[in-house]
Design a protein around this ligand. Sequence first.
Ligand SMILES: Nc1ncnc2c1ncn2[C@@H]1O[C@H](COP(=O)(O)OP(=O)(O)OP(=O)(O)O)[C@@H](O)[C@H]1O
Ligand SMILES: [Mg+2]
Length: 225
Amino acid sequence: MNIRFDNAGVDYGKRTALYPLSLTLQERRIGIIGLNGSGKTTFARLINGLVKPTTGSVTVNGVDTVTDAAKVLGTVGYIFQSPQNQIILPIVRDDIAFGLKARGYDKAQIEAAVESVLGRFGVSHLAARRAHELSGGELQMAALCSVLVTGPDILILDEPTNQLDLKNRALVQKTIAGLPESVIVISHDLPLLEDFERVLLFDQGRLVADAAAAEAIARYRELAA
Ligand SMILES: Nc1ncnc2c1ncn2[C@@H]1O[C@H](COP(=O)(O)OP(=O)(O)OP(=O)(O)O)[C@@H](O)[C@H]1O
Ligand SMILES: [Mg+2]
């Protein structure tokens, strides 16, 4: 994985959500922390092209997120802060299949891939359930399956343990630890990021720390005090 920010910044009208910054991300586990409204989601959305930089550019494995947006979307999987917002079809199995249909897979290939991804995360029992009836943790797992089934190289999780109980939190943590993909996690759940190689701390739209987890988390605690 090679994500490059080259003087990339984001303004929403007159408000600057992210001041221009330049950096390269290559680590397999990257955390993003900071107070509410500090620019974390904006930063992450630049990576898959959901947000376009107002200044500068962002590339993923050399591909520009603006001029080659479709290619970037195929490389970067993104699980939203509220996963219910990304469920498209009512039944879990159909929702997971949706992204594969769009990629031109045939019926047998789709069925095999859906069963395989559900099995990989131990949630085959959710296949026939209605997505809107799932619990928060079940929904988080279903959203993970829907995104990973398409085979992204990089996965971005925006507050994946938000509102989860201890058991589901542990399940999501274990799942993240076992993923072969590169993972970028935005979280207010600091212990989740404790063993991450690199953690970025944002404050009021500025990157104020870029360090190993322990150091960045300590800086965050000072800032929030
Ligand atoms: N679409 C938008 N239009 C206008 N302002 C926006 C938009 N999206 C975000 N902002 C503003 O940009 C700033 C950064 O928002 P962002 O969602 O990146 O914060 P965050 O760090 O993810 O916060 P949280 O921890 O609450 O999720 C905030 O002030 C927010 O109000
Ligand atoms: Mg956010």
